[in-house]
Design a binder for this molecule. Sequence first.
Ligand code: NAD
Ligand code: MG
Length: 362
Amino acid sequence: MRELRVDLGERSYPIRIGEGLLGQAGQELLEAGLSVKSPLLVVSDDSVAPLYLEPLLEQLRSAGFRAASCVVPAGESSKSLARFEEIMTRALEEGLDRKSAIVALGGGVVGDLAGYAAASYMRGIRFVQMPTTILAHDSSVGGKVAVNHPMAKNIIGAFHQPALVLYDLDTLKTLPRREVSAGLAEVVKHGLIRDAAFVDWCVRHADRLLSLDPEALGYALFKGCEVKAAVVSADETEQDLRAILNLGHTIGHALEAVAGYGELLHGEAISIGMIGSALLGVQLGAPQEVYLRTREALGKAGLPVSLPEHFDTDRIMEAMMHDKKFGEGKMVFVVPTAIGEVEIRSDIREQWVRDIVERLKR
Ligand code: NAD
Ligand code: MG
Protein backbone atom coordinates (compact mmCIF):
# COMPACT_ATOMS: atom_id res chain seq x y z
CA MET A 1 0.00 0.00 0.00
CA ARG A 2 1.15 3.51 -0.79
CA GLU A 3 0.16 6.59 1.12
CA LEU A 4 0.58 10.26 0.51
CA ARG A 5 -0.66 13.31 2.38
CA VAL A 6 -2.19 16.32 0.76
CA ASP A 7 -0.80 19.16 2.77
CA LEU A 8 -3.44 21.81 3.41
CA GLY A 9 -3.00 22.74 7.07
CA GLU A 10 -6.14 21.84 9.00
CA ARG A 11 -7.68 20.38 5.87
CA SER A 12 -4.81 17.95 5.16
CA TYR A 13 -5.81 14.41 4.30
CA PRO A 14 -4.31 11.06 3.28
CA ILE A 15 -4.57 9.30 -0.07
CA ARG A 16 -4.18 5.55 0.33
CA ILE A 17 -3.57 3.47 -2.77
CA GLY A 18 -3.46 -0.32 -2.82
CA GLU A 19 -5.15 -3.65 -3.38
CA GLY A 20 -7.98 -4.85 -1.17
CA LEU A 21 -8.74 -1.49 0.41
CA LEU A 22 -12.48 -1.84 -0.10
CA GLY A 23 -12.31 -4.86 2.18
CA GLN A 24 -10.99 -2.72 5.03
CA ALA A 25 -12.94 0.46 4.33
CA GLY A 26 -14.68 0.49 7.72
CA GLN A 27 -11.39 0.44 9.60
CA GLU A 28 -9.99 3.13 7.31
CA LEU A 29 -12.97 5.40 7.99
CA LEU A 30 -12.62 4.91 11.72
CA GLU A 31 -8.94 5.82 11.48
CA ALA A 32 -9.90 8.93 9.52
CA GLY A 33 -11.92 10.01 12.55
CA LEU A 34 -15.44 9.04 11.52
CA SER A 35 -17.78 7.79 14.21
CA VAL A 36 -20.14 4.81 13.98
CA LYS A 37 -22.70 6.95 15.83
CA SER A 38 -23.40 8.96 12.68
CA PRO A 39 -24.81 7.34 9.53
CA LEU A 40 -22.98 7.24 6.21
CA LEU A 41 -24.38 7.69 2.72
CA VAL A 42 -22.56 5.96 -0.14
CA VAL A 43 -23.15 7.52 -3.57
CA SER A 44 -22.40 5.48 -6.68
CA ASP A 45 -23.55 5.08 -10.28
CA ASP A 46 -25.45 2.24 -11.90
CA SER A 47 -22.37 0.81 -13.66
CA VAL A 48 -20.19 0.75 -10.56
CA ALA A 49 -22.84 -0.13 -7.97
CA PRO A 50 -23.60 -3.65 -9.26
CA LEU A 51 -19.88 -4.44 -9.03
CA TYR A 52 -18.77 -2.93 -5.73
CA LEU A 53 -21.59 -1.34 -3.73
CA GLU A 54 -22.90 -4.35 -1.79
CA PRO A 55 -19.44 -5.55 -0.68
CA LEU A 56 -18.67 -2.00 0.49
CA LEU A 57 -21.94 -1.58 2.40
CA GLU A 58 -21.44 -4.96 4.04
CA GLN A 59 -17.90 -4.10 5.01
CA LEU A 60 -18.94 -0.74 6.50
CA ARG A 61 -21.77 -2.38 8.45
CA SER A 62 -19.49 -5.07 9.78
CA ALA A 63 -17.31 -2.28 11.18
CA GLY A 64 -20.37 -0.94 13.01
CA PHE A 65 -21.46 1.85 10.65
CA ARG A 66 -25.01 2.52 9.59
CA ALA A 67 -24.61 2.88 5.81
CA ALA A 68 -27.23 3.70 3.19
CA SER A 69 -26.77 4.28 -0.51
CA CYS A 70 -27.91 6.43 -3.39
CA VAL A 71 -27.29 5.20 -6.95
CA VAL A 72 -27.45 7.61 -9.90
CA PRO A 73 -27.33 6.79 -13.62
CA ALA A 74 -23.78 6.49 -15.01
CA GLY A 75 -22.59 9.43 -17.07
CA GLU A 76 -21.94 13.14 -17.03
CA SER A 77 -25.67 14.00 -17.03
CA SER A 78 -25.84 12.91 -13.39
CA LYS A 79 -23.77 15.95 -12.40
CA SER A 80 -27.04 17.88 -12.09
CA LEU A 81 -29.02 19.78 -9.48
CA ALA A 82 -31.76 17.15 -9.83
CA ARG A 83 -29.37 14.38 -8.70
CA PHE A 84 -27.96 16.69 -6.06
CA GLU A 85 -31.46 17.13 -4.63
CA GLU A 86 -32.00 13.38 -4.72
CA ILE A 87 -28.89 12.93 -2.56
CA MET A 88 -30.13 15.60 -0.14
CA THR A 89 -33.42 13.72 0.16
CA ARG A 90 -31.63 10.44 0.85
CA ALA A 91 -29.38 12.15 3.39
CA LEU A 92 -32.41 13.55 5.24
CA GLU A 93 -34.30 10.25 5.09
CA GLU A 94 -31.31 8.43 6.54
CA GLY A 95 -30.81 11.05 9.25
CA LEU A 96 -27.29 12.11 8.32
CA ASP A 97 -25.99 14.57 10.89
CA ARG A 98 -23.08 16.99 11.16
CA LYS A 99 -20.69 14.16 11.98
CA SER A 100 -21.80 11.96 9.09
CA ALA A 101 -19.93 11.48 5.85
CA ILE A 102 -20.87 11.02 2.24
CA VAL A 103 -18.76 8.38 0.49
CA ALA A 104 -18.24 8.61 -3.27
CA LEU A 105 -17.77 5.19 -4.88
CA GLY A 106 -17.11 5.74 -8.58
CA GLY A 107 -15.35 7.88 -11.13
CA GLY A 108 -15.09 11.64 -11.42
CA VAL A 109 -18.81 12.09 -12.01
CA VAL A 110 -19.78 10.45 -8.74
CA GLY A 111 -16.89 12.17 -6.93
CA ASP A 112 -17.85 15.64 -8.10
CA LEU A 113 -21.57 15.13 -7.42
CA ALA A 114 -21.21 13.45 -4.03
CA GLY A 115 -18.54 15.95 -3.05
CA TYR A 116 -20.78 18.89 -3.79
CA ALA A 117 -23.57 17.22 -1.82
CA ALA A 118 -21.16 16.80 1.13
CA ALA A 119 -20.05 20.42 0.79
CA SER A 120 -23.66 21.60 1.02
CA TYR A 121 -25.54 19.28 3.35
CA MET A 122 -25.81 21.08 6.71
CA ARG A 123 -23.29 23.59 5.29
CA GLY A 124 -20.70 20.90 4.87
CA ILE A 125 -20.14 17.41 6.24
CA ARG A 126 -17.26 15.05 5.75
CA PHE A 127 -16.53 13.43 2.46
CA VAL A 128 -14.62 10.27 1.51
CA GLN A 129 -13.51 9.48 -2.02
CA MET A 130 -13.26 5.91 -3.24
CA PRO A 131 -12.21 6.43 -6.87
CA THR A 132 -12.85 3.60 -9.30
CA THR A 133 -11.40 5.14 -12.48
CA ILE A 134 -7.85 6.13 -13.35
CA LEU A 135 -9.04 9.59 -14.29
CA ALA A 136 -10.37 10.00 -10.76
CA HIS A 137 -6.79 10.21 -9.43
CA ASP A 138 -7.11 13.71 -10.82
CA SER A 139 -10.66 14.55 -9.71
CA SER A 140 -10.33 13.07 -6.22
CA VAL A 141 -7.38 15.28 -5.26
CA GLY A 142 -7.77 19.00 -4.89
CA GLY A 143 -11.21 19.52 -3.44
CA LYS A 144 -12.99 20.90 -6.48
CA VAL A 145 -16.52 19.55 -6.41
CA ALA A 146 -19.38 20.58 -8.67
CA VAL A 147 -22.44 19.85 -10.71
CA ASN A 148 -23.23 21.20 -14.17
CA HIS A 149 -25.80 23.77 -15.27
CA PRO A 150 -27.38 23.16 -18.69
CA MET A 151 -25.47 26.25 -19.86
CA ALA A 152 -22.08 25.51 -18.32
CA LYS A 153 -20.03 22.63 -16.95
CA ASN A 154 -18.90 22.57 -13.30
CA ILE A 155 -20.41 26.01 -12.69
CA ILE A 156 -22.25 25.19 -9.45
CA GLY A 157 -19.69 23.98 -6.99
CA ALA A 158 -17.39 24.45 -4.06
CA PHE A 159 -13.93 23.74 -2.75
CA HIS A 160 -14.45 20.92 -0.28
CA GLN A 161 -11.53 18.68 0.62
CA PRO A 162 -12.16 15.02 1.39
CA ALA A 163 -11.26 13.53 4.76
CA LEU A 164 -9.73 10.53 3.01
CA VAL A 165 -9.12 9.14 -0.47
CA LEU A 166 -9.19 5.36 -0.58
CA TYR A 167 -8.03 4.00 -3.93
CA ASP A 168 -8.60 0.27 -4.22
CA LEU A 169 -6.67 -0.96 -7.29
CA ASP A 170 -8.80 -4.10 -7.47
CA THR A 171 -11.82 -2.00 -8.41
CA LEU A 172 -10.06 -0.75 -11.53
CA LYS A 173 -9.95 -4.21 -13.11
CA THR A 174 -13.42 -3.84 -14.61
CA LEU A 175 -12.67 -0.52 -16.35
CA PRO A 176 -13.26 -0.53 -20.10
CA ARG A 177 -10.00 -0.31 -22.08
CA ARG A 178 -10.86 3.10 -23.51
CA GLU A 179 -11.45 4.52 -20.02
CA VAL A 180 -8.06 3.14 -18.95
CA SER A 181 -6.25 5.08 -21.67
CA ALA A 182 -8.35 8.19 -21.10
CA GLY A 183 -7.38 8.17 -17.43
CA LEU A 184 -3.73 7.66 -18.30
CA ALA A 185 -3.83 10.93 -20.27
CA GLU A 186 -4.09 12.86 -17.00
CA VAL A 187 -1.41 10.66 -15.42
CA VAL A 188 0.98 11.50 -18.27
CA LYS A 189 -0.06 15.16 -18.01
CA HIS A 190 1.06 15.26 -14.39
CA GLY A 191 4.46 14.00 -15.50
CA LEU A 192 4.67 16.46 -18.37
CA ILE A 193 4.09 19.46 -16.12
CA ARG A 194 6.36 18.54 -13.23
CA ASP A 195 8.33 15.32 -13.51
CA ALA A 196 10.44 14.31 -16.53
CA ALA A 197 11.68 11.08 -14.90
CA PHE A 198 8.09 9.99 -14.40
CA VAL A 199 7.33 10.61 -18.09
CA ASP A 200 10.24 8.28 -18.95
CA TRP A 201 8.85 5.74 -16.54
CA CYS A 202 5.40 5.95 -18.17
CA VAL A 203 6.93 5.32 -21.60
CA ARG A 204 8.86 2.30 -20.33
CA HIS A 205 5.93 0.82 -18.41
CA ALA A 206 3.02 1.69 -20.71
CA ASP A 207 2.23 -1.97 -21.38
CA ARG A 208 2.04 -2.77 -17.69
CA LEU A 209 -0.24 0.21 -17.15
CA LEU A 210 -2.54 -0.81 -19.97
CA SER A 211 -2.80 -4.31 -18.55
CA LEU A 212 -3.57 -2.83 -15.09
CA ASP A 213 -0.59 -4.46 -13.42
CA PRO A 214 -1.28 -3.46 -9.78
CA GLU A 215 2.31 -2.60 -8.92
CA ALA A 216 2.76 -0.33 -11.95
CA LEU A 217 -0.70 1.16 -11.65
CA GLY A 218 -0.27 1.86 -7.94
CA TYR A 219 2.97 3.68 -8.62
CA ALA A 220 1.53 5.69 -11.52
CA LEU A 221 -1.51 6.78 -9.53
CA PHE A 222 0.73 7.67 -6.60
CA LYS A 223 2.97 9.82 -8.79
CA GLY A 224 0.00 11.45 -10.52
CA CYS A 225 -1.64 12.26 -7.18
CA GLU A 226 1.70 13.49 -5.85
CA VAL A 227 2.09 16.08 -8.60
CA LYS A 228 -1.52 17.18 -8.34
CA ALA A 229 -1.29 17.38 -4.54
CA ALA A 230 1.88 19.47 -4.69
CA VAL A 231 0.32 21.94 -7.09
CA VAL A 232 -2.93 22.12 -5.13
CA SER A 233 -1.13 22.56 -1.82
CA ALA A 234 0.73 25.53 -3.26
CA ASP A 235 -2.42 27.10 -4.70
CA GLU A 236 -5.62 25.60 -3.29
CA THR A 237 -8.13 27.93 -4.92
CA GLU A 238 -6.51 28.43 -8.34
CA GLN A 239 -5.07 31.89 -7.93
CA ASP A 240 -2.10 31.21 -10.20
CA LEU A 241 0.03 28.04 -10.14
CA ARG A 242 -2.91 25.64 -10.27
CA ALA A 243 -3.54 26.79 -13.83
CA ILE A 244 -0.60 24.63 -15.02
CA LEU A 245 -2.88 21.64 -14.48
CA ASN A 246 -4.71 22.83 -17.57
CA LEU A 247 -1.95 21.67 -19.92
CA GLY A 248 -3.66 20.48 -23.09
CA HIS A 249 -7.08 21.56 -21.83
CA THR A 250 -7.51 24.76 -23.86
CA ILE A 251 -7.45 22.87 -27.14
CA GLY A 252 -8.90 19.75 -25.48
CA HIS A 253 -12.03 21.48 -24.20
CA ALA A 254 -12.63 23.01 -27.62
CA LEU A 255 -12.35 19.56 -29.21
CA GLU A 256 -14.81 18.14 -26.69
CA ALA A 257 -17.21 20.98 -27.47
CA VAL A 258 -17.23 20.35 -31.21
CA ALA A 259 -16.96 16.55 -31.19
CA GLY A 260 -20.04 14.47 -31.76
CA TYR A 261 -21.58 12.87 -28.69
CA GLY A 262 -19.31 10.13 -27.33
CA GLU A 263 -16.71 10.68 -30.05
CA LEU A 264 -13.93 11.83 -27.73
CA LEU A 265 -13.52 11.05 -24.07
CA HIS A 266 -12.04 13.88 -22.01
CA GLY A 267 -8.66 12.14 -21.77
CA GLU A 268 -8.58 11.58 -25.52
CA ALA A 269 -9.35 15.24 -26.21
CA ILE A 270 -6.65 16.46 -23.87
CA SER A 271 -4.18 13.99 -25.33
CA ILE A 272 -4.59 15.72 -28.69
CA GLY A 273 -4.54 19.05 -26.84
CA MET A 274 -1.21 18.19 -25.18
CA ILE A 275 0.28 17.33 -28.57
CA GLY A 276 -0.89 20.78 -29.71
CA SER A 277 0.71 22.43 -26.68
CA ALA A 278 3.95 20.56 -27.38
CA LEU A 279 3.96 21.81 -30.98
CA LEU A 280 3.40 25.32 -29.68
CA GLY A 281 6.19 24.89 -27.16
CA VAL A 282 8.63 23.80 -29.85
CA GLN A 283 7.57 26.74 -32.01
CA LEU A 284 8.38 29.03 -29.08
CA GLY A 285 11.84 27.55 -28.58
CA ALA A 286 11.52 24.31 -26.62
CA PRO A 287 13.64 21.42 -27.92
CA GLN A 288 12.04 19.14 -30.53
CA GLU A 289 12.30 16.35 -27.95
CA VAL A 290 9.35 17.91 -26.10
CA TYR A 291 7.08 17.11 -29.00
CA LEU A 292 8.56 13.68 -29.71
CA ARG A 293 8.48 12.54 -26.09
CA THR A 294 4.96 13.85 -25.48
CA ARG A 295 3.77 12.01 -28.55
CA GLU A 296 5.53 8.83 -27.55
CA ALA A 297 4.19 8.84 -23.99
CA LEU A 298 0.59 9.46 -25.05
CA GLY A 299 0.71 7.09 -28.03
CA LYS A 300 2.05 4.26 -25.89
CA ALA A 301 -0.78 4.83 -23.43
CA GLY A 302 -3.20 4.02 -26.24
CA LEU A 303 -4.29 7.62 -26.81
CA PRO A 304 -4.98 9.52 -30.02
CA VAL A 305 -2.11 11.84 -31.00
CA SER A 306 -3.65 13.50 -34.03
CA LEU A 307 -6.94 15.10 -34.89
CA PRO A 308 -9.39 13.35 -37.21
CA GLU A 309 -9.61 15.23 -40.51
CA HIS A 310 -13.32 16.02 -40.26
CA PHE A 311 -12.88 18.37 -37.28
CA ASP A 312 -13.55 21.89 -38.48
CA THR A 313 -10.80 24.35 -37.54
CA ASP A 314 -13.14 27.38 -37.48
CA ARG A 315 -15.50 25.67 -35.08
CA ILE A 316 -12.63 24.62 -32.85
CA MET A 317 -11.30 28.18 -32.76
CA GLU A 318 -14.77 29.52 -31.97
CA ALA A 319 -15.18 27.04 -29.13
CA MET A 320 -11.79 28.09 -27.78
CA MET A 321 -12.80 31.76 -27.77
CA HIS A 322 -15.74 30.88 -25.53
CA ASP A 323 -13.57 29.00 -23.09
CA LYS A 324 -12.92 30.62 -19.74
CA LYS A 325 -9.18 30.25 -20.14
CA PHE A 326 -8.99 33.22 -22.49
CA GLY A 327 -8.50 36.35 -20.42
CA GLU A 328 -8.77 39.95 -21.64
CA GLY A 329 -8.82 39.19 -25.36
CA LYS A 330 -5.44 37.44 -25.18
CA MET A 331 -4.90 33.75 -25.39
CA VAL A 332 -3.58 32.22 -22.23
CA PHE A 333 -1.85 28.92 -22.80
CA VAL A 334 0.08 26.43 -20.72
CA VAL A 335 3.13 25.74 -22.85
CA PRO A 336 5.90 23.19 -22.19
CA THR A 337 9.45 24.53 -22.14
CA ALA A 338 10.99 21.09 -21.51
CA ILE A 339 9.65 17.68 -20.51
CA GLY A 340 8.51 18.17 -16.91
CA GLU A 341 8.38 21.96 -17.17
CA VAL A 342 5.68 24.32 -18.32
CA GLU A 343 5.04 28.04 -18.30
CA ILE A 344 1.84 30.03 -18.49
CA ARG A 345 1.95 32.37 -21.47
CA SER A 346 -0.61 35.07 -22.07
CA ASP A 347 0.76 36.28 -25.41
CA ILE A 348 -0.34 33.43 -27.63
CA ARG A 349 -1.70 34.65 -30.96
CA GLU A 350 -4.85 33.20 -32.41
CA GLN A 351 -3.12 32.53 -35.74
CA TRP A 352 -0.44 30.38 -34.10
CA VAL A 353 -3.11 28.25 -32.47
CA ARG A 354 -5.06 28.00 -35.71
CA ASP A 355 -1.93 26.75 -37.51
CA ILE A 356 -1.35 24.20 -34.81
CA VAL A 357 -4.90 22.88 -35.01
CA GLU A 358 -4.31 22.39 -38.73
CA ARG A 359 -1.00 20.62 -38.08
CA LEU A 360 -2.73 18.29 -35.63
CA LYS A 361 -4.69 16.84 -38.55
CA ARG A 362 -1.49 15.59 -40.16
P1 NAD B 1 -17.08 8.71 -14.94
O1 NAD B 1 -17.24 8.88 -13.49
O2 NAD B 1 -18.26 9.03 -15.78
O3 NAD B 1 -16.61 7.23 -15.25
C1 NAD B 1 -16.44 6.81 -16.58
C2 NAD B 1 -17.32 5.59 -16.90
O4 NAD B 1 -16.74 4.43 -16.32
C3 NAD B 1 -18.73 5.67 -16.35
O5 NAD B 1 -19.61 5.11 -17.25
C4 NAD B 1 -18.66 4.81 -15.09
O6 NAD B 1 -19.91 4.25 -14.74
C5 NAD B 1 -17.68 3.75 -15.50
N1 NAD B 1 -16.90 3.18 -14.41
C6 NAD B 1 -16.34 3.84 -13.39
N2 NAD B 1 -15.60 3.01 -12.66
C7 NAD B 1 -15.71 1.79 -13.21
C8 NAD B 1 -15.16 0.52 -12.91
N3 NAD B 1 -14.30 0.38 -11.90
N4 NAD B 1 -15.49 -0.52 -13.68
C9 NAD B 1 -16.32 -0.37 -14.74
N5 NAD B 1 -16.85 0.82 -15.10
C10 NAD B 1 -16.55 1.88 -14.33
O7 NAD B 1 -15.89 9.58 -15.53
P2 NAD B 1 -14.39 9.89 -15.07
O8 NAD B 1 -13.63 9.87 -16.32
O9 NAD B 1 -13.95 9.08 -13.92
O10 NAD B 1 -14.53 11.39 -14.55
C11 NAD B 1 -14.97 12.43 -15.38
C12 NAD B 1 -15.56 13.52 -14.54
O11 NAD B 1 -14.57 13.99 -13.63
C13 NAD B 1 -16.03 14.71 -15.33
O12 NAD B 1 -17.31 15.09 -14.91
C14 NAD B 1 -15.03 15.80 -14.98
O13 NAD B 1 -15.60 17.10 -14.99
C15 NAD B 1 -14.63 15.39 -13.59
N6 NAD B 1 -13.32 15.89 -13.18
C16 NAD B 1 -13.23 16.60 -12.04
C17 NAD B 1 -12.02 17.09 -11.59
C18 NAD B 1 -11.93 17.82 -10.30
O14 NAD B 1 -10.89 18.38 -9.99
N7 NAD B 1 -12.97 17.80 -9.50
C19 NAD B 1 -10.85 16.85 -12.33
C20 NAD B 1 -10.96 16.11 -13.50
C21 NAD B 1 -12.20 15.64 -13.91
MG1 MG C 1 -8.83 17.14 -17.19
